[in-house]
Design a protein around this ligand. Structure first.
Ligand SMILES: Cc1ncc(COP(=O)(O)O)c(C=O)c1O
Length: 458
């Protein structure tokens, strides 16, 4: 009989070797270089514990999978209840109840007019679904997206990626997918006017770099899309589900997109699930006849375990008022980080909404410090941010990430359940690490020689 617990106990020391042999040796090596090669033993709420019982604050949150924190008891109980119910799952030639219930619950939380839901497993699938629906509904081919955009890494979603690093080596990508600069309405209108645009897709707050447009760019972009008959898609895979302090981040601009995508924390941190929610007429033009009623589908799409996890997640978001909490806690964190900006010259900007926050750095200090920055940057772009990430983990047990390839931005993506204690912990750790970074002989720069060596070796 197989026991996973016994298997873990017997072989837990082999995890990096196994990855070296069977999974991705390069990733294992990269984690080792930056000190992220920990053996995680336990996770609960906003915290992780390593094999030595040391506690760490997790500001990665599984890249926004753990909006409710890890191991939320309600979601766990509902999944256990589902297993015990032994419902006939994935009959396929069926209209399962729980998919209908989760569809209803999502539509109730959408801007007006969005009332048809398609379920899949990942964010990339939700995005590709949205683009396919837009093409079917408009009978047009062109797709517009923004610089720095990230919508997933499958071939269609990668064709919407606004960063060279991810695209390199995989081209040619989809023809007719065209990138636009953010905040440039004239460029958008120019492309729309040329005709043939099925849709314009944007993350209301971009995951890579935590950029969002100023003023009324989004409302105007939406108006222009309507004017030229293109659909407006908001990709809420990362910032939806309450992260930005609203259920959907597009609510910050009172947008009424034609299609919305959700994924990540919709499954409560347990089960992969994504949703593409659109207007009924868009859906009808896609599934346009009885013969085409399954023209777009995916095997695990309405998996009842995922649907139950989604229902439980929405229930917890409401019951614990996590959307409001994200808004309040996020504001405290933003205010605190902005106060640090006044004291630490290297902070160029703090930006974000709710609990998606980017802290951008710039060269600073004495000539010697500026030279050290330039050397580090020449070896690997974004190296200063990486040094800060490493120091936050090593000295303050806080997990963060560099906010995208080659940028000096740290991104904070905490579970929405964090409170005053965690905010204080984050602020005092940033304060200490940035004070230390102002000293060239301190422990932060002490780690740079090793990183530069590895970067140059590549
Ligand atoms: C905005 C956005 N869209 C789509 C995706 C892709 O999601 P997945 O990794 O589940 O395919 C991501 C993933 O980070 C994302 O942030």
């Amino acid at each position: 009989m197989i026991s996973i617990a016994e298997l873990i106990t017997a072989r837990q020391n082999e995890q990096f070797e196994l990855h070296q042999r069977y999974i991705n040796p390069k990733l294992g090596r990269a984690l080792q270089i930056i000190g992220f090669d920990k053996r995680w033993a336990r996770g609960e709420g906003a915290y992780l514990w390593d094999e030595h019982g040391e506690r760490y604050l997790d500001l990665l949150a599984g890249y926004s999978v753990y909006n409710l924190g890890r191991g939320h008891p309600t979601v766990k109980r509902v999944i256990q209840e589902m297993l015990d119910l032994e419902r006939p799952n994935l009959v396929k030639m069926d209209c399962p109840l729980l998919a209908g219930l989760l569809g209803e619950a999502l539509v109730q939380r959408m801007p007006p007019g969005l009332e048809a839901v398609f379920f899949a497993n990942s964010g990339a699938e939700a995005v590709e679904t949205a683009v396919k629906f837009a093409r079917a509904a408009t009978r047009r081919r062109r797709v517009l997206y923004l610089d720095h955009a990230f919508h997933g890494l499958t071939l269609g979603a990668l064709s919407l990626n606004g960063g060279k690093d991810f695209r390199d080596g995989f081209e040619p990508l989809m023809p007719g997918f065209e990138m636009l600069p953010m905040d440039d309405l004239a460029a958008l209108e120019r492309e729309l006017r040329k005709g043939g645009v099925a849709c314009f897709i944007a993350e209301p707050i971009q995951g890579k770099g935590v950029y969002f447009p100023s003023g009324d760019y989004f409302p105007e972009a939406q108006r222009l899309c309507r004017k030229y008959g293109a659909l407006f898609i908001c990709d809420e895979v990362q910032v939806g589900m309450g992260r930005s302090g609203r259920f959907l981040a597009c609510e910050h601009w009172n947008l009424e997109p034609d299609i919305v995508t959700l994924a990540k924390s919709l499954g409560g941190g347990y089960i992969p699930v994504s949703a593409t929610i659109c207007r009924r007429d868009i859906h009808e033009k896609t599934f346009s006849s009885l013969k085409r009623c399954q023209v777009h589908s995916t095997t695990f799409g309405q998996n009842e375990l995922a649907m139950a996890a989604g229902l439980a997640t929405l229930h917890v978001l409401d019951e614990e008022k996590l959307v409001e909490r994200a808004a309040q806690t996020g504001q405290k964190l933003l205010d605190g980080l902005n106060a640090l900006k006044a004291r630490h010259e290297m902070i160029a900007e703090v930006r974000g909404k709710g609990l998606i926050i980017g802290v951008e750095f710039k060269p600073f200090g004495s000539l010697a410090l500026k030279a050290a920055w330039a050397t580090a940057e020449a070896a690997e772009k974004g190296m200063f941010a990486q040094l800060v990430v490493m120091a936050l983990l090593r000295d303050y047990h806080i997990l963060t990430q560099v906010g995208g390839p080659g940028v000096n931005i740290i991104k904070l993506l905490p579970p929405l359940i964090i409170g005053d204690e965690e905010v204080a912990q984050i602020l005092s750790a940033f304060d200490a690490v940035l004070s230390e970074a102002a000293n060239l002989r301190g422990r932060v720069w002490g780690m740079s020689a090793e990183l530069v060596k590895h970067a140059l070796a590549r």
